[in-house]
Unconditional design. Structure first.
Length: 157
């Protein structure tokens, strides 16, 4: 019997490549998300440090309070921008997860088809082997019968 050959091998290679690309994209998205969280945490720490400094300087003059308030407003804006960056990267990470799931699903479909075809090929090979063994067994019985028939004819003569 012929060796098993999967006719959709090119499709499987393509699907594997897409799966690998989706994994790499997920890794990049995860790294960017973690970096965005780190930048947000730094901005939060700076904001909290400013609040603590402001609380400790309760006796500050009017211009100092105005400058502190303006700085706090600026820090709040930065913190909000970093939060939005984290949300954007979170969405990108979720999209990368979805793309990976779709790529994995497409690859699994081709793998299942290949496995079914390989199993069918193996079953056919076993059937052919069994037919060959059965034929060899029949020939052996026939040959043995012919020999026995010749032995009996020699004895009778």
């Amino acid at each position: 019997m012929k060796r098993f050959r999967f006719s959709l091998e090119a499709v499987m290679t393509l699907r594997r490549g897409q799966h690998e690309q989706a994994l790499e994209a997920l890794g990049r998205a995860s790294r960017r998300h973690q970096e965005a969280i780190g930048v947000w945490r730094d901005a939060l720490a700076e904001f909290e440090k400013h609040l603590e400094l402001r609380r400790s300087r309760s006796d500050a003059s009017g211009p100092d309070r105005l400058r502190d308030h303006e700085w706090q407003t600026l820090l709040e804006g930065r913190l909000e921008a970093r939060r939005q960056d984290v949300e954007k990267e979170q969405r990108a990470l979720m999209q990368a997860h979805e793309a990976l799931a779709l790529a994995r699903q497409a690859l699994e479909i081709i793998e299942k088809v290949r496995d079914r075809r390989r199993n069918h090929h193996q079953e056919e090979a076993l059937k052919e082997e069994q037919k060959l063994l059965d034929e060899m067994g029949r020939r052996s019985v026939m040959a043995h019968g012919l020999l026995r028939g010749q032995d009996e004819s020699v004895l009778h003569s």
